[in-house]
Write a protein that binds this ligand. Structure first.
Ligand SMILES: C[S@@+](CC[C@H](N)C(=O)[O-])C[C@H]1O[C@@H](n2cnc3c(N)ncnc32)[C@H](O)[C@@H]1O
Length: 403
């Protein structure tokens, strides 16, 4: 239990704490089924709010970090047998076994920090801090010329930083000794492309060749003008369709953020074809499966339009993630930003496996099973892939890429 309390203490101290849930009451007569702790911003400053759930009733207490530690260490073992801690760095689970001892497990983080409720020192943690002028954030109106983040733009400021954290986590997977080659598919107005350029060139001092690609001429002209104005070395923009884009050399990082519907599949297919080391996608408007799923599958889920739409979107991303696993990538699906800001909040982060031997047969079986269960035949992702990659997904080609 000590290790768990240390992890909790550290996350509170360095403002990476996202949420903690105590559950599985140990006393048969217990009325409180769980306690949830999350950061809140009060007039008095930042606190952790503990919400106790008793049937339909909830009661709240606002605690300082020290009070949280005291509260949790008293509750664990006496009142609750499970604890799930979510931090920006890891998910940590603690479970009391029947013999009374504790089992702790750690997994990669699955929840984004509570972006609208920063802890008092969270701003110090941002890769682009509030208060330090950043040219592209000034240009797009997120910061004032002296570097202060405008109140109305704070959500965008946090989104940019969250994206940079997700990229920052995988930088060690990219080549360290040469110019980094990046493509951003469906870059749109490109504030995240400029952010990426800032991270790589200003924060990490890397030389880059970043291409932002979009179908819209006016958007690309605008982004090109901003890049010239801000002197963004190595950042260029092109008009084009994702599926037709030819990369002149190997691409290290492929990004596709909110590219509509099957444009994300085209981006994934291009990235795989180029042997890209890291792929980051935030899918959007996943309509394809909603029209292709079997009508007889889970009728209760298909009866209501909104449920069907969300289910289809999740299924699409599950299939994409599983396909990437088969195609040689360690894949995670993580929260991009809080659900309260947008429902389009999942990011698929895929890192090419190096020197690992995956259970390929199992991965292919999972992929195929998912398609069969959903009653899917041809899907866009497979159409965009090369024939050999399609065969790999179908289990008829096993010369898997291992670099
Ligand atoms: C919702 S915007 C996202 C912009 C930006 N990536 C972001 O996250 O803020 C989607 C962009 O993808 C572009 N797009 C959609 N399909 C595309 C395709 N097949 N090829 C290139 N761009 C595409 C659209 O023109 C649009 O600008």
């Amino acid at each position: 239990m000590n290790d768990f309390l240390i992890a909790l203490q550290e996350s509170l101290a360095n403002a990476t704490f996202v949420q903690l849930v105590l559950s599985r009451p140990l006393q048969p007569e217990a009325t409180t089924s769980k306690v949830t702790y999350r950061p809140v911003l009060l007039k008095a400053g930042s606190r952790i709010q503990a919400t106790s759930t008793e049937g339909p009733r909830e009661t709240h207490r606002n605690l300082t970090p020290d009070e949280v530690i005291a509260d949790v260490s008293q509750q664990l073992g006496e009142h609750f047998g499970n604890a799930n801690l979510f931090t920006a760095a890891a998910d940590v689970a603690l479970q009391q076994k029947p013999q009374g001892d504790w089992k702790i497990t750690r997994r990669p983080p699955s929840k984004a920090p509570a972006l609208s409720l920063p802890l008092h020192n969270r701003t110090k943690q941002y890769l682009i801090p509030d208060g330090v002028p950043c040219p592209f954030l000034i240009e797009i109106g997120v910061m004032t010329p002296d570097g202060k983040v405008r109140a109305a733009k704070y959500d965008k400021f946090r989104q940019v930083n969250r994206f940079l954290e997700l990229v920052n986590d995988v930088l060690t997977e990219l080549p360290a000794d040469r110019t980094l080659r990046v493509v951003d598919f469906g870059c749109g107005k490109s504030y995240l492309t400029f952010a990426l350029h800032h991270l790589l060139t200003v924060i990490h001092r890397r030389s880059v060749e970043i291409v932002g690609l979009d179908l819209k001429r006016d958007v690309i002209d605008h982004c090109s003008a901003v890049a010239r104005k801000l002197n963004c070395a190595g950042l260029t923009f092109q008009v084009g369709n994702i599926a037709d884009h030819q990369a002149p050399t190997d691409v290290d990082l492929t990004v596709s953020l909110h590219a509509c519907d099957t444009a994300t599949d085209a981006a994934i297919a291009q990235a795989v074809k180029w042997n890209t080391k890291v792929i980051l996608c935030v899918p959007c408007c996943q309509h394809e499966f909603a029209t292709k799923m079997s009508d007889t599958l889970l009728p209760a889920l298909q009866q209501h339009g909104i449920l069907k739409e969300r289910f289809a979107a999740l299924a699409t991303d599950a299939i994409r993630a599983q396909a990437l696993e088969v195609l040689g990538y360690r894949t995670q699906v993580v929260e991009f930003i809080d659900l309260e800001h947008t429902p389009k909040n999942l990011l698929i982060r895929a890192v090419q496996r190096v020197g690992e031997t995956p259970q390929l047969a199992q991965l292919i079986q999972n992929y195929q099973r998912c398609k069969t269960d959903l009653g899917l035949g041809d899907i866009a992702l497979e159409k965009f892939l090369e024939p050999s990659e399609r065969q790999m997904l179908n289990g008829t080609f096993t010369n898997i890429k291992m670099t």
